[in-house]
Design a protein around this ligand. Structure first.
Ligand SMILES: Cc1cc2nc3c(=O)[nH]c(=O)nc-3n(C[C@H](O)[C@H](O)[C@H](O)COP(=O)(O)OP(=O)(O)OC[C@H]3O[C@@H](n4cnc5c(N)ncnc54)[C@H](O)[C@@H]3O)c2cc1C
Length: 388
């Protein structure tokens, strides 16, 4: 007898690069797939990123299955061109994308497959589901004591677009990931009167490319090597890339580069931070500890009064409401299985984009999309009656 579950489409939740890539790979295999996107258009995350952002992974190594990024985008693709590419990608693959639909919860469907609860009381049954709601889902600002009564301007980096509102201002950027590092440089170039960068863990800073060889390519080569070995090589790379700026408040990192990647912190690609610190244009300061009235209290006891604070303090996956009740998340709220593997308790429920690999996330999303599509297509074939 036919398994009717497989008459339902596959639902992909999220119309970012991960969701679109999975949908395209599924269509390529003849599987009916619908993408549900909560915002009004595909590529919502990229539309919201700051103006000067460019991919730090190369165009060639950032394309999604079935459509390369055009050469005219150059080697380091701009934010606007990433958005253009994603729009074109959905059109080119004739993807069925339903916008304005937010999925709030996934449950097992009574007859098999998955029941999606979505905007407006919609209940949709999918033969399988791919969750692609993004690693950078919900901006996270630490619960610093005194934060909620701080009278000054405090915003997460997700809301930063360009330096114009900060011209002539004294700004503290908190966090030294790629975003914090780049925003600090943007502020200097955009005319902020003073830029301080609060450093909790000294980052590994590498050159985006050396003699034409991109840092991403090294990441791809070393990603399966032992962590300690890569830590040692990474240390050497950073020493070559970065001058010792201890005197300027940015000492060398004390943790291993790859050990940090395994904890979710990829190295910072230098887009001007080293030069700015060396010139004294960006001043590294100790980590933020708390707020006391209108003062920011740093870990070394210093109290400072910037006119604006930008928290480049990362994001949360925010998967709890969606799938937390299914026992598919680990202690950090990350899915226990990823890519083509599904959690033991939830066959047919796939997750993509919930790691931060050294080899480039877009590249990994593309690889996972193909694997997920292969796995779902095989399950559909197996469920079909022999005569079909
Ligand atoms: C500033 C920045 C720069 C980056 N630069 C690079 C780079 O250079 N190279 C690289 O490889 N990677 C980079 N990344 C990492 C990664 O490639 C991107 O974050 C990428 O957008 C991830 O794609 P995604 O589809 O997994 O998630 P997203 O692009 O975040 O897409 C998720 C989508 O899901 C939608 N959504 C969320 N929840 C729901 C719901 N419940 N129901 C329906 N829809 C929902 C969102 O609206 C969004 O459109 C960068 C990330 C950031 C933040």
């Amino acid at each position: 007898m036919a398994n009717t579950t497989h008459d339902h489409p596959v639902y992909v939740i999220g119309g970012g690069p991960g969701g679109l890539a999975a949908a395209a790979a599924l269509r390529e295999r003849g599987v009916r797939v619908v993408v549900l996107e909560k915002s009004g258009s595909v590529g919502a995350s990229w539309r919201g990123h700051y103006d000067r952002l460019r991919l730090h992974t190369t165009r060639r190594l950032s394309g999604l299955p079935g459509l390369a990024m055009p050469r005219s985008f150059g080697r380091w693709v701009s934010r606007d061109n990433v958005v253009r590419y994603l729009e074109r990608y959905a059109e080119f693959h004739e993807l069925e994308v339903v916008t304005g639909v937010e999925v709030s919860r996934i449950d097992p469907a009574p007859g098999g497959g998955w029941l999606l609860h979505a905007t407006g009381g919609r209940e949709l049954t999918g033969s399988a589901v791919v969750v692609a709601t993004g690693y950078n889902h919900t901006p996270h600002v630490p619960e610093w004591p005194g934060r909620d009564t701080y009278p000054g301007e405090l915003a997460h980096a997700a809301y930063y677009r360009n330096p114009r509102p900060y011209e002539g201002k004294d700004v503290l950027v908190v966090g030294t990931g790629n975003t914090g590092a780049e925003i600090a440089v943007d502020l200097v170039e955009g005319g902020a009167s003073r830029v301080r960068l609060a450093v909790r863990t000294v980052p590994h800073i590498v050159r985006r490319s050396t003699a034409g060889w991109p840092a991403q390519a090294t990441g791809i080569l070393v990603r399966r090597l032992p962590v300690r070995l890569v830590d040692r090589a990474g240390d050497l790379m950073c020493r070559i890339a970065a001058p010792d700026l201890s005197a300027r408040g940015l000492p060398r990192p004390t943790t291993g580069l790859y050990s940090r990647v395994k904890e979710g912190a990829i190295p910072v690609q230098d887009v001007g931070l080293l030069g700015a610190v060396k010139r004294g244009a960006v001043q590294p300061v100790a980590a933020v500890e708390s707020f006391d009235g209108d003062k920011v209290v740093l870990a070394d006891g210093t109290r400072i009064s910037p006119q604006a604070v930008i928290a480049a303090t990362g994001y949360r996956r925010a998967l709890d409401g969606l799938v937390g009740h299914l026992g598919v998340l680990d202690g950090r709220g990350h899915p226990v299985a990823h890519g083509a593997r599904t959690p033991p308790k939830a066959p047919g429920l796939y997750f993509t984009g919930f790691t931060n690999p050294i080899s480039g996330m877009l590249r990994e999303l593309a690889i996972d999309a193909r694997k997920i599509a292969k796995s779902i297509a095989a399950a559909h074939r197996a469920a079909r009656p022999a005569s079909a």
